[in-house]
Design a protein around this ligand. Structure first.
Ligand SMILES: Nc1ncnc2c1ncn2[C@@H]1O[C@H](COP(=O)(O)OP(=O)(O)OP(=O)(O)O)[C@@H](O)[C@H]1O
Length: 614
């Protein structure tokens, strides 16, 4: 790799540094090379450079870059510690949190456990159609409960990490110095997306460590989580960094107009000639033709990559919503019109899947204290309370309440010796539960897990069928060899899966913190937000279409811009689409419905034909 002059300039700078530049301009790459240079020249034994990133995906890409960069000797690579903000913050809290009044023993409150813990408050305050006042009151009540869970029970949710670490670092020079001794240089990836609490931590870190911030203000996609357009100025004001702007470079999709097209999305002004490497296509807006088009577009992209002889090629299908991820994945698995299925992986929201996995794990466990069924019901209730993550539906919360109430009735019947109402939802649940408990286990985790899952899937309880379906999507036992091995070990030690639930829960927490997830290869479907920081050989962006309804306005969800209306066009929507488009290295295709194409791709003046064909 031949470094550009600007990249070389970065290698020559000392002190705090701010590197800006668009997608694929080489910010991450040069920061790793700079880190290697510092590791070689300036670090004392035991010291490491800390590379902080938001997502595990970015972390794995960075690690891959380091691996790929053969020029970096392995002893230098080992001295670059790549970590997510979450895992770095947790490391500090576990060691020093008690100094801010937290209990000495802390545990992680995972997002699904947090959703369960807050479900009562959310049900009380309502989930849809709230006024701004009501939203504020709800969020204040949630925050009080989060604080209580942390300070009283020692269960700390991710959202509190940065605030607590900020308090800790601002309150203790000793700890700041300790961190600076371990990490004299800290690299901050995607700095434009830092929220206020994280910025407070960065301010404290920068008092003793040297900071290198990497940023593209136009890739800011987390305004709704508190990222601020002024963040780069905050950094400039606080640290007076040297600054290098790489914005004129594009290495990711060199030889194409993908980056240029991305910039034009920001301004809404498109060129009249075609963009090399970009295609915008319109499909006929009905379910069969929409998904057929998606499938055939995926075939074409795959063929291009295979015939170009790409090894480990990657093709991402990016969609605007969670639900569309699932719909697109279903369409690829069982395409319409007799088309051949497209093998792929889908990156789905994990809350529902994790909570269902807990239920299967419990069903593998023996009944240790005569309360197994009670625990089973508690987990089923948890599933409905937590499956929507931090945005649950009232229907799901009601379902949880229904199960809990039916269980109370069930217990009352047992006490009084009366038969349970025939139409109680517990009838089918108990029958399927009993069938699962009768399953003879073999000690081979894969077989046993599948056997229990199939009983739920084939049973007469639609709630448990849903749970079985959720867990199928994540192929639990393929998610890391440890889980399978630990279940096996449990069986060998105890002659049963005595600790299956604990083992499964720990595996998911470990996965959240793990940094060795490999970048995706093959075809992968995901929400557009999740593509940040990643890169793929080809990208297909697929959005939904308006569905006409008799006597009502069309149902137009799953769009890149909400309802695809001009009023909903804003910087966030533009930046979000630009990030997705610029993940492609060789080719990006956008599939949008005929008759109502994405508003971001229509120019304000429609008089001229555009290079994107709309
Ligand atoms: N000087 C260079 N010459 C050739 N290729 C380069 C150069 N610098 C970086 N690259 C390659 O370009 C691609 C994009 O680089 P990198 O990931 O560092 O960009 P980035 O600015 O961090 O992107 P983003 O902000 O979109 O995540 C990578 O595949 C990297 O290996």
């Amino acid at each position: 790799m031949k470094l550009t002059d600007k990249q070389k300039e970065i290698l020559g700078q000392g002190g705090h540094l701010l590197v800006t530049g668009g997608p694929g301009s080489g910010k991450t790459t040069i920061s790793i090379l700079k880190a290697a240079q510092i590791a070689e020249k300036d670090l004392r034994p035991g010291q490491k450079i800390l590379f902080l990133s938001f997502a595990r995906a970015t972390v794995s890409r960075v690690v891959e870059t380091i691996e790929y960069e053969q020029n970096i000797p392995s002893e230098q690579k080992l001295r670059i510690e790549v970590e997510t903000y979450h895992s770095f913050f947790w490391r500090i809290l576990k060691a020093h949190g008690y100094l801010t009044g937290l209990p000495r023993r802390l545990s992680i409150l995972s997002p699904s456990a947090e959703a369960i813990a807050l479900s009562g408050i959310r049900l009380q305050h309502g989930t849809r159609g709230l006024s701004d006042e009501q939203k504020k009151a709800k969020s204040a009540a949630e925050n009080i409960e989060r604080e209580r869970l942390a300070r009283v029970e020692g269960r700390v949710c991710f959202d509190l990490y940065a605030t607590l670490v900020g308090d800790l670092l601002h309150g203790s020079e000793r700890i700041r110095k300790l961190i600076a001794t371990m990490h004299p240089v800290v690299i901050l990836d995607e700095f434009q997306d830092t929220n206020d609490a994280q910025w407070r931590v960065v301010q404290a870190l920068g008092k003793c460590s040297t900071l290198l911030a990497l940023a593209d203000p136009e890739q800011r996609i987390y305004d709704w989580l508190g990222a601020s357009p002024e963040r780069l100025d905050h950094f400039r004001d606080s640290f007076k960094p040297s600054e290098v702007d790489l914005s004129s470079d594009n290495h990711r999709s060199a030889g194409t107009d993908i980056a240029l097209f991305g910039n034009h999305i920001l301004t809404g002004k498109f060129q009249t000639t075609p963009y090399a490497g970009v295609k915008v296509e319109q499909y006929n807006p009905n379910i069969n033709q929409a998904f057929s088009r998606l499938v055939t577009t995926a075939y074409q992209a795959r063929n291009r990559l295979v015939s170009a002889g790409r090894k480990d090629w990657s093709l991402a299908i990016l969609v605007p919503t969670k639900e569309m991820t699932r719909m697109a994945s279903d369409a690829l698995r069982a395409p319409p019109a007799g088309l051949t299925a497209v093998p792929h992986a889908a990156v789905i929201e994990m809350d529902a899947a994790i909570l269902s996995a807990e239920i299967i794990a419990l069903l593998l466990e023996p009944d240790n204290d005569g309360r197994h069924f009670e625990q089973f019901i508690a987990l089923a209730t948890n599933y409905y309370q937590g499956k929507g993550g931090d945005d649950p539906t009232i229907a799901a919360l009601d379902e949880a309440a229904k199960i809990a109430k039916a269980y109370e009735e069930y217990v009352a019947c047992r006490v009084t010796g009366k038969a349970l109402r025939k139409n109680s939802i517990l009838v089918a649940m108990r029958a399927v539960y009993d069938a699962a408990r009768k399953q003879a286990l073999t000690g081979v985790p894969d077989q046993d897990w599948q056997a229990v899952r199939r009983i739920l899937e084939g049973g007469a309880c639609k709630r448990l069928q849903e749970i079985a379906d959720q867990v199928r999507n994540i192929r639990v036992l393929d998610r890391g060899v440890e889980l399978r091995q630990e279940l096996s070990q449990d069986w060998r030690d105890n002659g049963s899966y005595l600790n299956a639930l604990t083992i499964t829960r720990q595996a998911f927490v470990r996965e959240h913190f793990s940094t060795n997830a490999k970048p995706e290869t093959g075809v992968v479907v995901m929400n557009m937000h999740k593509a940040k920081g990643k890169q793929f050989d080809e990208v297909i962006i697929f959005e939904g279409w308006p569905i006409r309804r008799k006597g009502q306005p069309p149902f137009n969800s799953h769009r890149i811009v909400r309802y695809n209306t001009r009023e909903n066009v804003n910087d966030q929507a533009r930046q979000n689409l630009r990030v997705s488009v610029t993940r492609g290295k060789r080719h990006t295709t956008i599939l949008t419905p005929r008759g109502d194409p994405c508003v971001l791709l229509q120019s304000a003046s429609r008089a001229r034909p555009f290079g994107i064909g709309l």
